[in-house]
Design a protein around this ligand. Structure first.
Ligand code: SIN
Length: 525
């Protein structure tokens, strides 16, 4: 045993996470001939990832349609409000059809109007119908099903919580893991973070359990840069409940794409006169319009009236089931909805191959910031990015491992970052760092977050709490530094975008495991 470490193992490539990006990466690295170990903190692997809950679909330009890669790029850049990296957007969008074709080759079944002709729907911010879907509104479940099946032969380990990425300052050498056998080390030259998002920073979210900012914290502790982390997307239409916290069902934007209307309790339209695309404006615009209406009326929710949609139950079976479970019949009554924490547009800074600044550390999917989403992700671009960049990151990680060979990690001294109790953190974040922010509230929140207790991350719950707390500090620091409103980040005292702030900022660890600082520019990976 070394420094309290009960077990040690070895791999070429470690992938942390089993959603679309993680499994795409693992499969690609495996096909490249590397020994891949996939780690998940969930006891039961297979399903229950954020991928699994994705409803709307995958945004992709199909050949021989009126759509074009240029139009998809233009819509992505417009939604991103000046902060996308146009080269990253082009690279990922242009590779979408190839990635989807590969998934279909692996057995994915998307909804078709005739054999070989995918049905296309529309979502907020898209100028065309370009969203393919499966099972009506169960696209993510189909993607997860196919990837889980393809990955069945891989070494996938549940109940493994990665608590540190090991490195010598110049390159990655493995991870520290907590599992039922205690603290262990897996030595490896390549580590791919595909840990998903951070929705559980807030009291209600569309994200499943486990979306606790793990990859953000792991990357910060490893010395890597985080960017665009202030841009947390609130989905406009999370199913409202006055009494339930934690994960709440999503009502996919595709419901609006098929004609449903957003109205307030009086039946008045919510987005009238706000944006030329109305209820199908980009997500940040619609969420802000709902927020403003709720503040003006004092109501807790608005309503999505989908009663005009023919065949609603067969087109949207997942939404129908969620409504029924809540005692709502969407065919006969408007659905109560409110904005809910949904997606982190920023994350660990990477290029479009998943490379971070630290050789051997890769990131893909929601945890990564490739420059694809800027200040606001375009709907259904996330499964696309996860598939494309996940696969590329797996290939890059395999190539790195082949070039570097066996890595032997030095086991670091134990460390005890601080954490706030989860309920306290979620309530403070929901109160002071939701869709509309303001300096005084953000400063109060920063003070609250400074007051955490020392915690050794020796269990899943402990690790999640320290990860949430450090991630919250990063969000708040970046939100305070951005004195303007842009995309998903809205400041009450600065209602407009400021052209001088049309650049991404970076958050890094500043010395100890609890303190972050904001800087520019974004590093080139
Ligand atoms: C939705 O179906 O509205 C969500 C899709 C997404 O987050 O891109």
């Amino acid at each position: 045993m070394t420094g309290g470490v009960a077990w040690q193992q070895q791999a070429d490539v470690i992938v942390v996470g089993t959603g679309v990006a993680g499994l795409a990466a693992a499969l690609a690295a495996h096909r490249a001939g590397r020994h891949v170990v996939v780690l998940s903190k969930a006891e039961q692997t297979g399903g229950a990832t954020a991928t699994c809950y994705a409803q709307g679909g995958i945004a992709v330009v199909l050949p021989e349609t009126e759509d074009s890669v240029e139009a998809h790029i233009a819509d992505t850049l417009a939604a991103g409000a000046g902060l996308c990296d146009p080269d990253a957007v082009e690279s990922i969008v242009a590779d979408g059809y190839r990635a989807v074709t590969e998934l279909v080759g692996a057995g994915a079944r998307f909804d078709e109007s005739a054999p070989g002709r995918f049905v296309l729907t529309r979502e907020g911010g898209h100028s065309r119908r370009r969203i393919i879907h499966a099972g009506g509104d169960a696209t993510g479940a189909e993607v997860q099903r196919v990837l889980d099946r393809a990955a069945a032969a891989l070494d996938i380990r549940g109940g493994h919580v990665v608590v540190r990425v090991l490195h010598d300052g110049g390159a990655v050498s493995g991870v520290v893991v907590v599992n039922a056998d205690g603290l262990g080390v897996i030595h490896a030259p390549s580590v791919v973070l595909a840990t998903g998002g951070l929705g559980h920073l807030y009291g209600t979210t569309t994200n499943p359990e486990g979306c606790t900012g793990d990859g953000i914290a792991l990357a910060l502790w490893a010395g890597a840069a985080i960017s665009d982390i202030e841009f947390i997307q609130f989905h406009p239409t999370m199913l409202f409940s006055a009494h339930t916290s934690g994960r709440r069902p999503l009502i996919t934007e595709a419901v609006r794409g098929e004609g449903a209307k957003l109205v307030d309790a009086e039946g008045d339209p919510v987005t009238a006169g706000i944006h030329p695309m109305g209820d199908l404006a980009p997500r940040d615009v619609v969420a802000a319009a709902i927020d403003a209406r709720l503040k003006a009326t004092g109501d807790p929710c608005v309503f999505l009236d989908a009663r005009s949609i023919a065949g609603f139950e067969s087109r949207f079976p997942t939404v129908t089931a969620a409504c029924h479970a809540a005692g709502i019949d969407p065919v006969r009554q408007p659905i109560p909805v409110a904005p809910g924490a949904h997606y982190s547009c920023g994350g660990v800074v990477t290029d479009v191959w998943g490379h971070t600044e630290l050789p051997g550390l890769f990131a893909a999917g929601e945890v990564a910031r490739t420059g694809m989403h800027g200040a606001n992700r375009l709907a259904s671009n996330s499964l696309l990015e996860g598939l494309v960049v996940g696969g590329r990151a797996g290939r890059a990680a395999a190539a790195h491992a082949a070039a570097e060979g066996y890595a032997r990690a030095r086991v670091p001294d134990p460390f005890t970052p601080t954490a706030l109790a989860r309920a306290e953190l979620q309530s403070a974040m929901s109160r002071d760092a939701s869709a509309i922010r303001e300096a005084g509230r953000l400063r109060r929140l920063a003070d609250t977050l400074r007051a955490g207790q020392s915690r050794t991350p020796a269990s899943r719950a402990d690790f999640e709490d320290v990860a949430l707390t450090l991630t919250a500090r990063a969000v708040v620091a970046a939100a305070l530094a951005r004195e303007e409103s842009r995309g998903c980040h809205r400041r009450a005292e600065y209602p407009d975008a400021d052209p001088d702030q049309a650049r991404s900022t970076v958050v890094r660890l500043a010395g100890d495991p609890d303190t972050v600082r904001v800087e520019t520019p974004v590093p080139v990976c």
